[in-house]
Design a protein around this ligand. Structure first.
Ligand code: PLP
Length: 379
């Protein structure tokens, strides 16, 4: 027997009580029982999004809600500033271009964050930019971007909105949607929310809804206003993934019971332990400035084929982590500490990396990384 562990930055492990909730008989979505379920989910999502706004629910992978965050707010040939610190920033640029929007890209070297100053400069040079698109946590490199500072810049401009893909930030580290004035916040089910893939979310500010009125891009399934009208009646515009919403209720209860601050502290602790462990093993971190609490990206040491680490962890030890995406393929591996993850998941991952590296002929002293992790997890 080999026991499996899912430690990739999405999909993430599902808590047993969430699995159980999802296995209940299906209910119809236009009945009072579903509306009661939605009423609870609606309030719970506001807690995780740190907002008083309605949180829209879409049955889609996260990219569907990202696409909607372009098609609902902009018009053809609008200009939008696009922060590209990795694979998911590039996805924003691709969506913008496919709708005929002109992206003004602000790029970072992979592994680096993008300073707010670079965005201030881009805004100054492009006073007609209608929006700024960014990630709170760029999952492909393991770096966080300064949402709060960028929100302060965009707030001053009545004709520009800030759109944040917070898919690996929600339920991981603080993102004060209302307080900071983030106009559109996008989330997804299969990361910090401890659910299978299939749901995506969006919260929109007043300024965002004003931009909606002025926008003329085509939209149908991802029409945000249709979902706003529906959610106000504890409904969704189309047939939702009812089982996922049943699971979401349970996941949100777990977050509420633990307390959002404690959820953040747990992620922070697991992230610090993972980073310390990798360095104790003698490996280098890919994101040295502003590393994310959701995932740790580690450079593949010289002399080892990058894909071998991920494959060996999976095939020999039953542990699924992630390799690098795009041009980072083979150069980094990524260990998630995201969602339903606690200290012994970190220990498991670190021990398995030690075993894997040794197996691949890399000099490793067993226990060095594990000890470094334990010191942080128990301090
Ligand atoms: C996982 C992730 C996505 C995922 O999008 P899918 O459409 O669900 O594959 C988008 N953005 C970020 C930052 C992510 O981590």
């Amino acid at each position: 027997m080999q026991k499996g562990y899912l430690l990739a930055p999405g999909p993430t492990p599902i808590p047993p009580r969430v699995l159980q909730a999802m296995s209940a008989s299906i209910i119809h979505h236009r009945v009072p029982a579903f509306e009661a379920l939605m009423a609870e989910v609606r309030e719970g999502l506001k807690v995780v999004f740190q907002t008083d706004r309605e949180v829209l629910i879409f049955t889609t992978s996260c990219t569907g809600a990202m696409e909607g965050a372009v098609s609902n707010f902009l018009s053809r040939e609008d200009k939008a500033i696009c922060l590209r610190a990795g694979h998911f920033g590039e996805r924003w640029a691709e969506i913008l271009m496919s709708y005929g929007v002109i992206p003004v890209n602000v790029d970072a070297k992979y592994g680096d964050p993008i300073p707010a100053g670079a965005v201030a400069e881009a805004l100054q040079k492009n006073p007609d930019a209608k929006a700024v698109y960014m990630q709170a946590s760029e999952t492909s490199t393991g770096v966080t971007l300064p949402v709060r500072e960028i929100a302060a810049l965009v707030r001053k401009r009545p004709g520009t909105i800030l759109v944040v893909d917070a898919i690996t930030a929600l339920g991981v580290f603080p993102l004060h949607t209302d307080e900071w004035g983030v106009d559109v916040v996008i989330g997804g089910s299969q990361k910090g929310l401890m659910l299978p893939p299939g749901l995506a979310f969006a919260a929109v500010s007043e300024k965002g809804w004003r931009m909606f009125e002025a926008s003329n891009l085509p939209r149908y399934y991802f029409d945000y206003r249709k979902e706003l009208h529906a959610v106000r009646k504890n409904q969704t515009a189309f047939t939702p993934a009812v089982s996922l919403i049943a699971g979401l209720k349970e996941a949100l209860r777990m977050i509420r019971d633990e307390g959002l601050e404690n959820v953040f502290a747990r992620h922070d602790r697991c992230a610090r332990a993972t980073r310390a462990a990798m360095q104790a093993i003698g490996l280098s971190l890919f994101a040295t400035a502003s590393p994310s609490s959701s995932v740790t990206a580690v450079k593949v040491p010289d002399g080892i084929e990058g894909g071998k680490i991920v494959d060996t962890l999976r095939d020999k030890h039953g542990i699924t982590i992630a390799g690098g995406q795009g041009s980072m393929k083979g150069k980094i591996f990524r260990i998630a500490h995201l969602g339903y993850v606690d200290k012994f998941d970190v220990i498991t991952a670190v021990a398995a990396v030690e075993m894997t590296l040794k197996g691949l002929g890399h000099p490793v002293t067993f226990g060095k990384g594990v000890a470094a992790a334990m010191n942080i997890l128990e301090s």
